[in-house]
Design a protein around this ligand. Structure first.
Ligand code: ZN
Length: 137
């Protein structure tokens, strides 16, 4: 049985959330289904569905936000690939045993009712990978 069950969403860093929401609404043919700030991360997110897939737009709300730093360094574009897992703590233990570094030692609360953890992109071919587990309602 696979550990990373599916790509849960793609995260895209954008400069101007409002402008990008209009763009993605045209692109996908549907309005964002959720807009949510994650204050601890200095980020505001907006979620779109495309069939079974999800796209998360991320804009910075402060200058020291990781998204602000990403935009400064790389510009707009794909920021992370998020994989769904059943048990995030177990996956963090497994992946660290495999030599991957985690960016947060304990799972943290992310947008869209998820517990999340990021892996160090230097260990994953330069791609920032997010693990996410649904928080039971
Ligand atoms: Zn994400």
């Amino acid at each position: 049985m696979e550990n990373l069950k599916k790509i849960e969403h793609l995260g895209i860093a954008v400069e101007d959330l409002k402008r990008s929401e209009i763009l993605f609404q045209k692109l996908t043919g549907s309005a964002p289904y959720k807009r949510e700030a994650v204050e601890s991360e200095g980020v505001i997110t907006s979620f779109f569905r495309s069939g079974p897939n999800k796209i998360e737009l991320l804009a910075a709300t402060s200058e020291d936000s990781p998204i602000a730093k990403f935009l400064k360094k790389k510009g707009e574009g794909i920021h992370h690939v998020a994989f769904a897992v059943d048990d995030i703590e177990q996956e963090m233990i497994r992946l660290q045993a495999e030599g991957f570094r985690v960016l947060n030692e304990a799972p943290k609360k992310g947008a869209d009712n998820k517990l999340i953890c990021f892996l160090h992109p230097k260990d994953t071919n330069g791609v920032l990978i997010e693990l996410c587990q649904d928080i039971p309602e």
